[in-house]
Write a new protein. Structure first.
Length: 377
């Protein structure tokens, strides 16, 4: 057998250039012959995961690692049995970027129907952005990346956007009263929606660090109708004010002696509407936002833990997650077929929920259809 397709690896490292790669596999295709004693360099914002015979082993944190018996006990067992530590290891290395990936976009493709307390049934569009980071490298690779050589933000952005929109539709269906109150509640809705989405992201080993709602708007024809109604309301109030001031000026003129007093009263009466109109042009100043660094904490007991910890020193919870049960969110071993806690079969693909009206496939547990806005029974 020829050796043209075999890659012998002595120095293993990854320098990311685009800023968009979440995972990079070495070698890009097939497996590489990793020599015993090879140097593995993992940078501060990275983690490296070994795969041998399709199975993932413990991830390596930042630093330079020499692949030998002392620091890879689980790989030593694999190597020593058939070859006696003399043959190179045929395996793959997946590098994951642990930094925060900002400015990912989410938004509704089509307007979704909601019931407004003032306007009745209306259709709304919503757009925003979100930031994510990888928290569990092994779980992320096993659940989303698979055997791909490179996995970028473009490949995950569309799917995560659909998850956000689905949860957003459910949330808005329960909390919306009227669109006139929405802009003042963007920050409140963003925080509540972020908490609602944490479980959806953690199933794939991801963390949702930030979520923003940029706009929630009706279609152009509804916007025009709202603008026309607002104009009529302003003019109606202005006419009432002018009539009131004119009446007050006439009363003052009747009490004053001479035309000078009457003219001054009328002039003041007609100047007051212009003075009050300045109140409509008040602006708002943008508020700065400060990024808060998140400390590494155990998801169960919330205590601080070392970055390289595999188990929580306070409660014993397993920190490195290979996969999770879709029913009770319990951590599962890599080769588990049934959940150890609830007995549910391990699902390989996320379940979908079809809309009874339009047939659109929504994510699991969706309460409203992402396509037509109909409540899913």
């Amino acid at each position: 057998m020829g050796t043209d397709n075999i890659v012998f690896l002595e120095v293993i490292e990854w320098l990311e250039q685009t800023g968009k790669e979440l995972v990079h596999r070495i070698p890009g295709k097939g497996s590489g012959e990793i020599k015993f004693g090879a140097q593995l360099t993992v940078r501060e914002s990275q983690a490296a995961v070994f795969f041998y015979n399709g199975r993932a082993f413990d991830p390596f944190g930042p630093g330079r690692h020499t692949l030998k018996t002392a620091n890879i006990p689980i790989l030593t067992k694999v190597l020593s049995l058939p070859w006696g530590m003399t043959s190179p290891l045929r395996a793959e290395v997946y590098f994951t970027s642990m930094k925060v990936f900002p400015n990912l976009k989410w938004g509704t493709r089509d307007p979704v129907a909601f019931r407004d307390s003032e306007l009745g049934l209306i259709r709304l569009r919503a757009f925003g952005m979100f930031n994510v980071r990888i928290l569990q490298p092994v779980l992320f690779i096993n659940s989303l990346v698979g055997t791909q050589g490179v996995y970028t933000t473009e490949e995950i952005e569309e799917y995560l956007s659909r998850v956000i929109v689905s949860r957003f539709n459910d949330f808005m269906g329960e909390h919306i009263d009227t669109i006139f109150n929405l802009p003042a509640r963007y920050n409140e809705f963003s925080e509540d929606l972020k908490k609602l989405l944490q479980d959806d992201f953690s199933r794939f080993g991801l963390g949702l660090t930030d979520l923003y709602i940029n706009s929630i708007t009706p279609p152009p024809d509804v916007q025009k109708a709202i603008d026309d109604k607002s104009r009529l309301g302003v003019f109606d109030d202005l006419n009432k004010l002018i009539k009131m001031k004119a009446a007050m000026a006439m009363e003052t003129a009747a009490q004053a002696q001479g035309e000078a007093g009457a003219g001054m009263g009328l002039g003041m009466g007609f100047m007051m509407p212009a003075m009050f109109a300045d109140a409509f042009r008040a602006g708002t100043a943008p508020q700065g936002q400060q990024a808060v660094a998140e400390e590494s904490r155990c998801p169960v007991c919330k205590q601080g833990i070392p970055r390289e910890a595999r188990f929580c020193p306070h409660c014993g919870n397993q920190i490195i997650v290979f996969q999770q049960c879709a029913g009770c969110n319990s951590n599962l071993p890599a080769d588990a077929r049934f959940c150890l806690q609830c007995g549910r079969p391990v699902e390989t693909k996320p379940q979908s929920r079809a809309c009874s009206k339009c047939g659109y496939d929504n994510i699991a547990n969706a309460a409203f259809c992402n396509q037509c806005g109909e409540r899913i029974s």
